[in-house]
Design a protein. Structure first.
Length: 359
């Protein structure tokens, strides 16, 4: 029975997130995307951080009372992964099969999706935003459960690096939800459709692959990483966070108010009389400096665990390299089509793709 419940755990948790997302108090905000055939911006209910705290508080309460052990998701992690895989596949098929084909290849439609934006319950839940919210919360519960297992097994001999890695992952999730509105202006929301890549990715890959550094090290003893090294690894993480969050926030403020300064930086832009592009601040360092930030954050997290010689944890930053370097080419093609000669001017002004002065 416990194994069955392990399989059903991600289904139960993500269903609870859906219900809380739909019915807890929320701010309604206008996003970046325009409704097809109109000039009206899509509206979103934003309450991710509230849902996050309610779910995490419930997890602590269940663990405190002994109803569900703190380390339950770790003990049944493979069953949870199997349940998430099944849910992700069903979700993909339900969202793709009834929709009209948008590509000649069914495989491409299945992977990349057919529907662009989908809201249900009279707009109370945006499916893309729910996917990211459910994935983020499931990731956090896995982080808490995996770390709990390590603490319960090792007690006073637990690894400070493991705990620090869990803290950084928790910070990663929490600040994402604190700035939930900003992500209405990011690539995933306005450029992708809902298919296997987005659906299975948020339901399975996001919550079960991102904590791979913990998955592969919590059973190992404390490697006694020197404090000064842990501080350096933490610095790497927050250097990446500054680049990623800073770039996203500067773009967010610019799109909302092109004259508004960010961190004391007056926006400088180039235009063609119709569209404008930022060319200073974070967006003057490289064309996708936020991608470099994501890679640095992932590297800091896995280094903190204290096992740099293990291959498995490095799959996390490697995934970012493969995803974001590929996405950069897609971004360039999309922006060249959207901005034309203006994009060519921007590339001359900011020649570096991701890593300044290198590439």
């Amino acid at each position: 029975m416990e194994r069955i419940m392990g399989v059903l755990a991600p289904v139960v948790i993500m269903t609870a997130v859906f219900i809380l997302n739909a019915y807890l108090p929320a701010r309604q905000v206008a996003g970046y995307i325009t409704k097809p055939g109109t000039s009206e911006k899509m509206k979103y209910r934003i309450n991710g951080i509230l849902v996050f705290f309610v779910v995490v508080a419930t997890w602590f309460l269940l663990g405190r009372t002994g109803i569900v052990p703190y380390d339950y998701l770790y003990n049944y992690r493979w069953y949870g992964l199997a349940g998430a895989c099944i849910l992700g596949l069903i979700f993909t098929l339900v969202l793709v099969l009834p929709r009209r084909a948008v590509r000649t290849s069914f495989a491409a439609d299945l992977f990349l999706g057919r529907v662009e934006n989908l809201q249900v319950l009279n707009g109370r839940v945006d499916i893309k935003m729910w996917l990211y919210l459910a994935g983020a919360i499931m990731l956090e519960l896995n982080v808490l459960s995996f770390t709990s297992w390590h603490l319960m097994q090792y007690g006073d001999a637990a690894s400070p690096g493991i705990i620090l890695s869990a803290v950084l992952l928790t910070y990663f999730v929490t600040e994402y939800l604190l700035f939930e509105e900003v992500h209405l202006y990011t690539y995933d929301l306005f450029a992708e459709r809902i298919g296997f890549k987005l659906g299975w990715g948020c339901i399975v890959f996001y919550p079960y692959f991102y904590p791979i550094a913990l998955w592969s090290t919590v059973e190992l003893p404390d490697p006694h990483t020197p404090l000064w090294l842990l501080l350096i690894f933490t610095f790497i993480f927050f250097s990446g966070w500054i680049l990623a969050r800073g770039a996203n926030m500067q773009k967010f403020f610019f799109k909302r108010d092109p004259q508004r300064p960010f961190l004391g930086i007056m926006p400088e832009s180039i235009g063609d009389g119709n569209k404008r592009l930022l060319v200073n601040g974070f967006w003057g360092i490289s064309r996708h400096v936020n991608y470099l930030g994501e890679i640095l954050m992932a590297s800091g997290i896995i280094l903190c665990t204290g096992y740099p010689g293990l291959i498995w944890p490095w799959l996390y930053p490697l995934y970012y390299v493969l995803l974001l370097f590929t996405r950069q080419h897609d971004d360039d093609r999309r922006c060249a089509a959207k901005y034309g000669e203006l994009w060519a001017k921007y590339k001359k002004r900011v020649p570096w793709r991701i890593i300044p002065h290198i590439w």
